[in-house]
Structures are given as C-alpha cells and as structure tokens.
Design a protein around this ligand. Sequence first.
Ligand code: FSO
Ligand code: SF4
Length: 533
Amino acid sequence: MFCNQCEQTAKGQGCTVKGVCGKTDEVSAIQDLLVQVCVELGTVATAARKEGLTVSNEANRLTSEAIFSTLTNVNFDEERFVPLIKNIAAARDELAGKVKADCGVITKIAATADELSKQGEAFPVTSFDTNEDLRSLKQIIVYGLKGVAAYVDHAAILGQEDEGLYASIHEALAAVPQELSMEELVGLTMKCGEMNLKAMELLDAGNTGTYGHPVPTEVPLGAKAGKAILVSGHDLKDLRQLLEQTEGSGINIYTHGEMLPCHAYPELKKYDHFYGHYGTAWQNQAKEFAAFPGAILMTTNCIQKPVESYKGDIFTTGLVGWPGVTHVTNGDFAAVIEKAKELPGFEADTDQGSVLCGFARNAVLGVADKVIEGVKSGAIKHFFLVGGCDGAKPGRNYYTEFVEQAPQDTVILTLACGKFRFFDKKLGDIDGIPRLLDIGQCNDAYSAIQIAVALADAFECDVNELPLSMILSWYEQKAVSILLTLLHLGIKDIRLGPSLPAFITPNVLNFLVENFNIMPISTPEEDLKAILG
Ligand code: FSO
Ligand code: SF4
C-alpha cells in the first residue's frame, strides 16, 4: 500500500505497511480501485454530458458517496466497498453503452472483496502521473474532491443537490488519467476550490433550512444521571432522528467531537433530552469512549479502531464502517437505543462547566454593527480565525498557546475539531462580544467565509485587507478542499500546520508561496509578532 493523503501519514512521507489510522493494506487497495472506477465513471459521464446525454441522479449520488467513503477515518470495512465498486462500475457501463466517444480504460471488475482488493494494487496514487509535480497536483485534486464529496453527500441527504456541481466533480475525476500541463492542473485545483464553495453553500442551505440558524447556546460539559447515548461524526439528520426516537425514553443524548455545534440549532436544541457535550476531539475517542457509560453512534468520518471494552457498545451508520462493529441503516436506531438501556448510564449529575457555541454567520452578522463599532473605536484590534482539524501530534499545542497568547483586544473565531485545543478557555469579552466565537463544524467553513466577506463589505475593502488572519490546522481531506476554496477566493497569508502535506512537492509549494504567500506555522510568539507588527 501507499497512502499519504492525511497529516498523520507515517514518517511524514507515506503509510506503506499499514495506515497510522488503522487502514489495512487490503482496504487501501480496494479504496484505490474505487477511486479508479470513479475516475472511469467521471470520464464516461463527462463524455455523455458533452453528447447531450443525461447522467442519472443515482450515478451522481453514488459518485459522491463512493469518493467520500475513501476519506480518512470513514470506512475501514473491506466488504462495504464491494457494493460501492459494483454500483459505480454498473453506472459507468450503462453510460458507456450510450456514449459514442472513446472513453479510454474501462476496468473489468472482479467479484469478491479479496479479488477486488488484489485488483486495486494496480492503481496506487503513485500511478497518477510519472512526473512528480503533475502527480502532486493530481493528488491535490483527488483529495480536494474527497472533501467536496463529503459536503455534497451531507447536502444531498438534506435534499440540496446541483447537477452542475456533479458534472464538475465528474470532469475533475476525468482529468486524472489525462496528460495535462502544470497550468491546466493548477486551474483544476482552483476549480476544485470553487466547487467546494458551492458544495458548502448547499450544505449551509440544507442545515439552516432544515434546523434553523444556530443561535448562541450554552452547552453543559458535565452529565445528567441516567441512561445515555453519545453521538459523534457530523450528520445532523442522524442526530435529529435519534432525538425523535429517544424522546420520552429517559435516555439523554450527548455530543462528541464535531457534533458539539448541533446544540445551537433551534430544531435540535428544542429536545429536552439533548443534554450536553462529552469529551473532546476525535483522536481522544479511545480513552473517552471507554469511559462513557452508554451507547455510542458514529455518524460520519472520525472513527478510530474501537477498543475491545466498548466495541460492543459502538454503532456505525451512513458511510462509516469498522469491521465487526454493528452497522445500522435507514435512520433506524432501535439497536443503539436497546444497547443504551442495557448499559448503566451516568450514576449521578456532574457539573464540569459549560461552553458557548452557535456563532455561525447569522448570529455574528446579527451583531455586525457592534463588531464594526468595536473595530472602528479600536476596542477590537484584530480577528484570528484559528480553525481546522485536530490530531494526535504534539506540535498541535501551538494552537492552544496561540489562543492563550493572543492579546485581550483580539477576537478568536474558530471552527472544526481543532477548537478542542482551547474550546473551554474563558477568554472574556470585548464590550459584550465574546472573545472566543465558535462558528461550528468543519462543515460550517462557509459560514466563516460569509462572515469575512460581510466584514470586508462593511469596511469597503478586500478580505485580505481586513484585520483578520487565518491560522489553520489540517488533518484530512475536507481541510484540503476548504484550503482550495480559500485560495480560489484569493485569500493570502494563510498559516498552515502542524506540518505541510506530504503530497505537495517543493515546486508546487513554491507556486503556493509565490501566489498566495501561504506559510507554515512557526511559534505562537513569532507568528503573533509578525501578524500584529
Ligand atoms: Fe476535524 Fe477534519 Fe470534522 Fe475530522 S476538521 S478532522 S476526521 O474532519 O472531521 O472535524
Ligand atoms: Fe496513512 Fe492517513 Fe492514509 Fe491512513 S489515511 S493510511 S494514516 S496517510
């Protein structure tokens, strides 16, 4: 196997024996085959659209589900990839039968998981291109597409879809086997950022249209005596269905990791038994889940190898999978609820303080006048967007220290799981505006962009001229797609850490530095000094 798509890749170069994430050789190969079959479907679908043919919505949806399934920490179960590969191949073959153009390679699919995995060995990412810079750009495109696919899938679940976006995804996939120049591939990476902006806009419309605009909400970090279910991942619909199915049962629902911002949505917070938040970010789950006295539901990416002590108490749904873990489907959480009833639950109420969330675009822009006044009067000197993924590396303490050291007249905007490095810090407020504003999940990066754009409008300047600096952390491919969106929007001077992606070659990095002045994080002291002068 060879995989270097995430930040924790072995030795900062690539996982070759087994994934640091727990991905096996076999799963890595079957994922490579799935990407290859998606590339072939993308090629055929692009040709079909050019010839005026219609690509079915089923083929579109399947593409995003399949690509999302190969994102880090989504699915580790080899068997679950078999129907995905077969369905994608069937959609490809059906279209290929109608298209007149020559669509190049069509891989004939084997039958069993083992055979498919063996077959996948012929399509490692290293085969994308023989030129390492062109390969690097193709990897950025494919990893960016994994992030786009995640957002497209989340949005589609809430009924928000766009045929033009699906067509662009297919076109970008079709580019992988083509002989393209550096300039053409750079153009496609920017296009990928544009596609991601559209996908995030659809998701924002789905979330706010279905559950209302988030409102500032205080969320308890302690527990309430009684039976309990912990929900992790990112999916709001799964959470809503679980809340409906547990209403009146006496079971309290807790969020873990990226589900924290769900407490702020009116249509979710109205449930009395939607109690509080438990634990921190995804990489701490082995310790935190082991201590949770109830059932656990993983709704999207973020799963790690379950420890034996809770393997029987954890469930997956949607695209998530781990071999041997019970997978529930169709929004039927009866098995999770039964398990929660069997387990002891929390013995007593505990008070561990609370955190504030719910500062998505509507809430922040609702107090825009106050924020603008704060900047004009000099009470607010600077905004820092400190956001992105969390992870296990010690270098991530940078983000905690950065926030701790940011001067009192600065405001920290945050989103995604990176916030767990500082989410419970009491940073006070500036004239009633909290200094720490939690915008939401990584899936809510659209909200952060809208806030920045609105501020730029108010000050009649470019986003790059705002007193705003972006200090980002990355781990997996959703972060790649968000970064591409920021570059597509022309955002400069982004600081990125804890380390730069292994799939970016020195030449590609030079391009990014020259055009966007993107830079690695250094130390909180040095970076704060450089930013604030
Ligand atoms: Fe974090 Fe990234 Fe969203 Fe993860 S921003 S790391 S596996 O995506 O899921 O929270
Ligand atoms: Fe390694 Fe990350 Fe790939 Fe897992 S997803 S195999 S940790 S590079």
